[in-house]
Ligand binder design. Structure first.
Ligand code: GLP
Length: 260
């Protein structure tokens, strides 16, 4: 794992945007795995800026989102479809047919999830998967106790996750109980996993995921098994890590060819 600690979320997001830009420049039809939530918002703003000001070209880029609530139509304001179009896709030159977000209204959910997996394979796999982190250590909507080899499927949200997301639904009573999410096994197949976490409230989950044991009780800890996992943090999210000096040391001595 490569743990990169930046002074604040802006600088961390800028680094993430630079990495994605590099990947798209090297492979114009790169496959991006995308996430929602507050964490990647600044990253998406930087990508839009790079598109507008530096001509970053998304015309061949393909995307697969991690998850979507079950029962929400794409135009529901709290749906991840709505989030992705509002915060990124409508501002860049991506082709709608190259965008994939799980369909919360799918009638045959197991069949649909199987198809989603096949579409990822048919695209040649995900080049970089962006991940946020739940305060309980979840990635996507893989809640604690999710199988570390799980594939795309329906999951039941925890009470905590529903509370954390209540603000987007105008009250907890409106938050769906279920979501479709890529599995942890699906996520681990991405060539690069980039987990971003900002703020004090993520510090505990980060410490458990990065320096604790690999356990289904902390789904993000599965990234310890990934050959190229980057954990990108601000100072607050890194505040419960023990090995901070070493992570800074590694970053300062990164060979030029590894920099982004
Ligand atoms: C939701 C999403 C996750 C996201 C997490 C953290 O549960 N399913 O993909 O990482 O929230 O959200 P935030 O970035 O807003 O803290």
């Amino acid at each position: 794992m490569e743990v990169i600690i930046q002074p604040d979320s802006q600088q961390a997001s800028w680094l993430a945007a630079r990495l994605i830009k590099k990947i798209i420049q090297e492979k114009p039809n790169a496959v991006l795995g995308l996430a929602t939530g507050n964490t990647p918002l600044q990253l998406y703003k930087f990508l839009i800026k790079m598109h507008r000001e530096e001509g970053l070209d998304f015309s061949q880029v393909r995307t697969f989102n991690l998850d979507e609530y079950v029962g929400l139509s794409p135009d529901h304001p709290a749906s991840f479809h709505h989030y992705m179009w509002t915060n990124l896709f409508q501002h860049i030159n991506i082709k709608p047919e190259n965008v994939h977000i799980p369909d919360g209204l799918a009638s045959d959910i197991p069949g649909y999830c199987q198809k989603y997996e096949e579409e990822i394979k048919a695209a040649g796999g995900i080049d970089i998967q962006i991940l946020g982190l739940g305060t309980n250590g979840h990635i996507g909507f893989n809640e604690p106790s999710s199988s570390l080899s799980s594939r795309t499927r329906i999951k039941t949200l925890t009470d905590q996750t529903r509370k954390n997301n209540a603000v987007f639904f105008g009250g907890e009573e409106n938050v769906p109980y279920h979501a479709i999410t890529m599995g942890i096994g699906t996520i681990l197949e991405a060539r690069i996993c980039l987990l971003m976490a900002f703020g004090r409230k993520k510090a505990r989950a980060i410490a458990m995921a990065v320096e604790g044991p690999v356990t289904a009780m902390v789904p993000a800890s599965a990234l310890q098994l990934h050959p190229k996992a980057i954990i990108l943090l601000d100072r607050e999210a890194a505040s419960e890590l023990k090995n901070v000096d070493y992570y800074h040391w590694v970053y300062e001595h990164k060979p030029d060819w590894q920099k982004f």
